[in-house]
Structures are given as structure tokens and as C-alpha cells.
Ligand binder design. Structure first.
Ligand code: MG
Length: 447
């Protein structure tokens, strides 16, 4: 039996086990009260459990007095934008993001169209133990539908100031898009057509029966790689089911890795708008090379897009995001947005006249090694406490776990928020070096 995961980013579980309609209704009711019983935007990805979740969530919200605006099957960034651009007090995106089909979840959105800031999210989480204070029949909320949220999202992307739409359209790029039967099929092909592309769609039907493992990692994108080769396309794009992560396949049919979605976006946007960039502590140090080239700085935050987005807002950053394909273009909003990322990449291709592989080759190459240590929960803190002694010769960053900063390498050691594991991430100039450092670090920690 799986456990319901309750965290600052929302609740997540396997539908019919840890997550039921009853549970969804209760948490939605709590969120409605937390949001002042105002108007709430609700969208969902394409999962088969989406309609049942939607009805439970809506019932919980209306029963505490919230008016609900149903924006249908949409991407998470579409929900975020719909909240930001309306008078709603918040939103709920019903999606388990990159998790497989048996999972579903609720992501809570604040009035400003971003995920809840961590300090507000913990107030919400602590309210979950309260008894729900339902309202009387005559104060029940209303349900309305808004069918234009996707169209408005596309328009906002098409209006990014540094995109030269005529130049992009003139190129008539041939693009293969793999939406993995998630919500992306309803936005990405349309956006690409609006950008003048010849679009080859794979897994566009939003059935929630995912054609492959939905996380857009290289190993899950063989079908896209083949399709790019077969159609001799200029580029292939893949997104996760709620369309906030973007992966890119080059013109030779090779995945270039999710890190490059952010790195290429940084490079293009910085050539247009100067300003410091923001990414999390576990994303590639190639960002520092790109920033140095443009004479700007990189700000590193805790892992989690809300931390990146919040910092970007504070310093008015022109571009940032996370290395897992999470591109943030503030001209659209301060949250990860894969369709916006696609438009930026096409803008870069059009202006540079280069191919995806040529652009990727211009970015310094570093290699990750990622592993985890499974330990008894009672030992987690003791292991973390050993880190400063083991690495006493190095500069340490303790913003989020401990990051060891070496010469052309780093090691990031942090406890998972949801499981009794410690994650060890390493990046250096070669795969061999990263793997050796990762292995030796784990031996030192548990030895
Ligand atoms: Mg996602």
C-alpha cells in the first residue's frame, strides 16, 4: 500500500490506494479555506483519474464557498498563467507531473500565479489537521467554464519581445513533438503551427495512457529520436504529462539532454536581455560559463522551481530555471514552461542559422553522476553531519543540504524530502571522473 505524500508542493499518491476522491475533496476544501474561500482555477492533465479527481476537488472547493473556474485539460503552466491573469485567489493543477499513470496529485497555486512560497505552503500543510468548516447550502460556490486558457497562453508566448516571429516562420522548421499522451497534445502542436512549423505529432492524443515512461529522460525518448531521423526533422521536442519539462532531440536524432533546454535558452535570452540568471544548486555549471561570457552572475537556489522563480522575481532576472528541462521565461511568467522553451529554442535556431547540434556543441560539456544512499531514517542526520569533516579542505555551500565546490567539479549531497535516502550528485569534465567522485563520496559517507 503506497503512502500519500504531503509536502509543500502539494499532495501526491497512487489513485485508489493512498489517494482517493474523499482525500482529494478534503485537501481541496482545506486549500479553499486557506485561499480565503475566493475564486479558484482548476485544470488537470490527461490522466484517466483526472475527471474523478476534478469532481472531488471541485466539490471540496464549492462546499467551502469557493467559485471554481474549470479550464479543462491543460498544462500546469497554463493553470499558473490563468490564475495570474484573472482575479482568482488561487488554483489547483491536478497532475502527477512526470509520474506514471497510476499516480495523481494536486499542485497548489497562489494568487500571483506561482506555486505557494515555502513559508505559505507550510501554513497550509499545518491546517490539514483542522476540521473542515463547510458552509451552508445557500453560500455554495458556483462552477463556470473557461475554454480559452490555452489560447491565451499561446498568445502570451507569441508576444515574447525578443522573438522575431517573421524570421521563425520564414524558416518553416520541421518539428517532431512527443507529448506522451499528456496535456501537451492540446497546446504544443498548435503553438508550433502558429510559429510556422511543419509539425509531426507523436503521442498527441491526451488519453492519459502514456505511450512510454513519461519522464522526458534520454532513455525514454527512443521513439522521438527515430521519428526525427525518419522525417529528417530540424528538431524534436518532448514534454512530461503536465508540460513543464522540455527535452530536445537534435537534427541527427540524438537527445541532447534536459540540461541543454535550459542552457540553450540562457544563451539565447542573455544575447537579447542582460541580467543575472538563476538556477538551482544541482543544475549544470555550464550556466556559469554562459553567464561569464555575457558578464553576468549566476544565483543558485535550493532545488524546487518555486525557489528559482522567487529569486528571479526578486532580482528581475531575464532567464532561469532548472536543469531537468525546466525553462523559466519571465516575459511569460516566473514558472517552468515547456511551450515557452520551445518558442525560445526555435527563435535561437532561426536567428543563428545553426542546427541544434551545432548550438549544443558551443556549450561547454560537463558530465553528471547521480546516485542515492538508502539508509535507516534514524541515521540520515548522522551521515549528513559527517560531510563537513570529510570535505574540510573545500568550500561548502549549505543552502540546501551540502554542496562541495571543487576545481572543475562539485558534489551536492542532500536528504530527499519524501524518502529515507540521501542523494549524491556530481558534475565534472568527464563521466569517469564524476562516477569515481560519486562512488568515493558514498564510500566515505557510509564507510
Ligand atoms: Mg511536470
Amino acid at each position: 500500500m503506497s503512502k500519500l505524500m504531503v509536502s509543500v508542493s502539494g499532495i501526491r499518491g497512487i489513485y485508489g490506494e493512498s489517494l482517493t476522491a474523499e482525500i482529494a475533496m478534503k485537501y481541496a476544501a482545506h486549500f479553499g479555506i486557506f485561499s480565503g474561500r475566493g475564486k479558484i482555477v482548476v485544470g488537470r492533465d490527461s490522466r484517466t483519474t483526472g475527471p474523478a479527481m476534478f469532481n472531488a476537488v471541485t466539490s471540496g472547493l464549492m462546499s467551502v464557498g469557493c467559485d471554481v473556474v474549470d479550464i479543462g485539460v491543460v498544462s500546469t503552466p497554463t493553470v499558473l498563467l490563468a490564475v495570474e491573469e484573472s482575479d482568482a485567489m488561487g488554483g489547483i493543477s491536478i497532475t502527477a507531473s512526470h509520474n506514471s499513470a497510476e499516480w495523481n496529485a494536486m499542485k497548489f497555486v497562489a494568487e500571483n500565479g506561482m506555486f505557494l512560497f515555502p513559508e505559505n505552503a507550510s501554513a497550509l500543510v499545518s491546517s490539514f489537521d483542522n476540521k473542515v468548516d463547510y458552509i451552508c447550502w445557500d453560500k455554495i460556490g458556483k462552477l463556470t467554464q473557461d475554454d480559452n486558457a490555452i489560447e491565451r497562453h499561446i498568445n502570451k508566448i507569441m508576444n515574447i519581445s525578443y522573438l522575431n516571429l517573421n524570421e521563425i516562420k520564414a524558416k518553416k522548421f520541421k518539428v517532431v513533438i512527443d507529448s506522451v499522451n499528456g496535456a501537451g497534445g492540446l497546446i504544443s502542436p498548435q503553438l508550433l503551427k502558429d510559429l510556422g512549423c511543419e509539425v509531426i505529432e507523436i503521442n498527441s492524443e491526451p488519453t492519459g495512457i502514456f505511450a512510454h515512461t513519461p519522464e522526458p529522460l534520454n532513455k525514454n525518448l527512443k521513439q522521438l529520436e527515430e521519428a526525427v531521423k525518419e522525417h529528417k526533422a530540424d528538431v524534436g521536442f518532448a514534454t512530461d504529462p503536465d508540460v513543464d519539462r522540455l527535452a530536445i532531440v537534435d537534427e541527427n536524432g540524438n537527445c541532447i539532454g534536459e540540461e541543454f533546454s535550459l542552457l540553450l535558452s540562457e544563451k539565447f535570452i542573455l544575447s537579447k536581455v542582460k541580467g543575472d540568471i538563476v538556477t538551482n544548486l544541482s543544475s549544470s555549471m555550464a550556466s556559469e560559463d554562459i553567464a561569464a561570457y555575457f558578464g553576468v552572475k549566476v544565483h543558485r537556489t535550493k532545488v524546487g522551481e518555486i525557489n528559482v522563480g522567487k529569486k528571479m522575481m526578486e532580482i528581475n532576472s531575464p532567464v532561469g530555471g532548472e536543469g531537468n528541462g525546466g525553462v523559466i521565461c519571465p516575459e511569460v511568467h516566473f514558472t517552468r514552461d515547456a511551450p515557452a522553451g520551445m518558442a525560445v529554442i526555435l527563435g535561437y535556431l532561426a536567428e543563428s542559422g545553426k542546427t541544434v547540434s551545432e548550438l549544443a556543441d558551443q556549450i561547454p560539456k560537463y558530465y553528471f553522476a547521480k546516485n542515492k544512499i538508502k539508509v535507516d531514517p534514524s541515521l540520515l542526520d548522522a551521515i549528513m553531519q559527517k560531510v563537513p569533516d570529510i570535505f574540510s579542505d573545500y568550500k561548502l555551500d549549505t543552502t540546501d543540504g551540502i554542496k562541495i565546490l571543487g576545481d572543475k567539479f562539485w558534489i551536492h549531497i542532500r536528504k530527499s524530502g519524501t524518502e529515507p535516502i540521501i542523494r549524491v550528485y556530481v558534475e565534472s569534465e568527464t563521466t569517469e571522473r564524476s562516477e569515481t567522485i560519486c562512488k568515493e563520496t558514498i564510500e566515505k559517507l557510509v564507510g
